[in-house]
Design a protein around this ligand. Sequence first.
Ligand code: HSE
Length: 442
Amino acid sequence: MAFKVGLLGLGTVGSGTADILLNPEKRHPLLKEVEIYKVGVRSPNKPRSVALAPELFTNDLDAIVSDPMVDIVVEVIGGLEPARSLILKAIAHGKHVVTANKAVIARYGEEIFSAANQAGVYVLIEAAVAGGIPVIEPLKQSLCANRIHTVTGIVNGTTNYILTRMQTEGGDFESILADAQQLGYAEADPTADVDGFDAADKIAILASLAFGGRIKLSEVYREGIRQITADDIAYAERLGFVIKLLATAHRDLHQSANEPEQLQVRVHPTLVPKEHPLASVNGVYNAVLIEGDPVGQVMFFGPGAGSGPTASAVAADLLNIAAILKVGRGTVTQTDGTPLLDPLLACSHQEYCAIAPMQELVTRFYTRILTQDSPGVIGRLGTCFGNHDVSIESVVQIGMRDNLAEIVVVTHHVREGNFHKALEEIRTFEAVCTVPSLLRVL
Ligand code: HSE
């Protein structure tokens, strides 16, 4: 019995997936039962690097998702449309779906998973977050008995590559971004990566799985790395930190049952202590640290993108579905006629999680302030922070820049709202010229 795959897209991930399916030797034996039946591409006659028969190709992607012979649709075309519509159409035609499309899942997860549950099909998304790193299935299965409280990830390789080079070379963001674009590490339009959109999609998906509810992407706080300067990297280094773009999802396990629960889901550059396990994740690599009770800390590390790694995740999802179909669990219905899906593999979230406003976040801050070099300035800064309940861990006058004193402040854990109020007041001080940097500290 062969399981027939309709492959939508033969770009980087599609080619990698085809490569695995066409070369099953020394891999899981079930791969030999998964057959590429159709391949949907824009230009069917274009020469390809993978050895697929020309008659498999078509540019009619709608015909693939409605073809009665196709068991599983693999969507690796990316983008929002027509990917979303093709996924929904595949589901409506009773196909299981494997997708690497984080943007579609983060935005249309409710629509897609509701349709899949109604149709009794699986939509598996391991490749959508952190490429080759297994993190979706571990959250769904291996760690499912834990109370997860925090997921912290470096989930965007482009920004991690840029920040790592800024760290090691001391260069500025713009010049390293330009070089990364020339080398093919960053897209011509880098917005999705450097402004944190890609990481926000990924942490929304991880938070949903970790905390068992839906996440509104618009409520995920997002800040990118454009404002990070070589100076900040150097000062952070002197204070014992590296700067990373972290995506974080947190649930307070100690919150009283009487209070409505609010999660934190956020993406922003963060000062990470050099001894923290995420501090040494460099270059294009990704890592996800999951913390729960009783497991403690578990960190997943590896390639977050690329043809082979992402295809490894796609092929694993394909095998999961093939395994279910093989033992006849793909078509089970309950006595009331509704489909019965494996509860550890399917998505059963119904409710949206409430997300706390950033003002309520309690975190440490690093800020850099340029002031007149006159007596009493540091004292006034300290008093102002104190008045707003912001406790300071250290204040250092680093030196002079353009005849101004450069002062770096690191706080203890404080309420974000209080910190901003203090800073608002500080900006009005006559001696204060600018506040060029403001970053959170892990
Ligand atoms: N653009 C992403 C990154 C890879 O830089 O990590 C795909 O998710």
